[in-house]
Design a protein around this ligand. Sequence first.
Ligand SMILES: [Zn+2]
Length: 384
Amino acid sequence: MNTHEVLKELISINSYSINKSGVDRKNCYIWDQLCDLPLKRTLHKSKMYGDLMHLQSNDYSPNSKTITLVLHSDTVHKEDESSPILMSGNKLYGPGAIDMQASIFVVIELLKKLSENDQLVNINIIFNTAEEKGSPEFQEVFKTISKESNYIFVYEPSDPGRYNPDEEIFKTQFELVTSRKGIFQQKIVTIGPGGHSGSLATKAERKNAIEQAICMMKEIQDLANYDKGTTVNLAYINGGRENTVIAEKCEFTFDVRFTYQEERERVKEEITKILKTEFVSGVEVEDLGYSYDLPPLEPNRNSAKLLSIAQEVGKDLGMEIIGNGRGGWSDACNMYIYNPNAMIIDGLGPKGDGEHTNNEFVYLDTIEPAIRLSEEIVKRIRYS
Ligand SMILES: [Zn+2]
């Protein structure tokens, strides 16, 4: 089977995160491509999501350097979405094409090459099934494998970079990720007794739920620290019901992104204080909790070291490799939080665009360079 057929087949199996049978089918198809290699497969069961697939090289010793490759087979694309799989020049469009079915193809080919060259040694591969939902399950698996890993490669797409896709250099310039922001999203409700806005005339009687919410939101917004990369987004507000009624209820949601774990702690502590502050006497505050609460991949020395290895390798291959921080979350953060001493790099997938849209595509001619880059980094690590 050639590149395009396997990749098209990967894309055509719907693996929306909560389509459990679809995600399981996808992992099965991936295993079909790999089952002749000296790998053993472990499935970690889930009721809600697909079963996480962990592969490990048969040749595995605790005394050698361990490399873990992290991917996710789930996508954000629902079954009833109508985005066809189609080829247009150098681009292959389809749901999940770049996030991250093309990366799965890269790793399938990488593993075959490593096996051919007797390099399939001390390697773990994780095919997560719920990354697009913030990996709410399998944390014990991430923890165990992360702690065993010296090097961690995460296969979110490489950034499109600064070159035009028509230029020759485009396909050999890769922008890897050395840090990612963490995120938490929280929902708050304020509840007051309400009342007639014409009859209640003293300040003490007017216990307005919207007023309490606004005072809190202002203070929460002020917790941003742009120098440290901490931002706050007041995302959604819904409250009150009639001009003549003092608002009984107001609900709001906000989203905090942070580069550093200590910023996460600071903002959370401050929010706890704000929630306890009675800006409007007689209005109660209820914390409805987090919808996401995920750690960052902090800028760190080990990721910088692995980036420089990738850059040396890139030079030898005639590739230009640069490193950058990215705002969005990925499983790289998950792995980092359990083992900050590992060397972690993300963005090792090929290049494309339109992630999470109906126009998602991969640049087909960046697949081969992505495979070569990973293969050579593995060799460099083994022989250094
Ligand atoms: Zn992804």
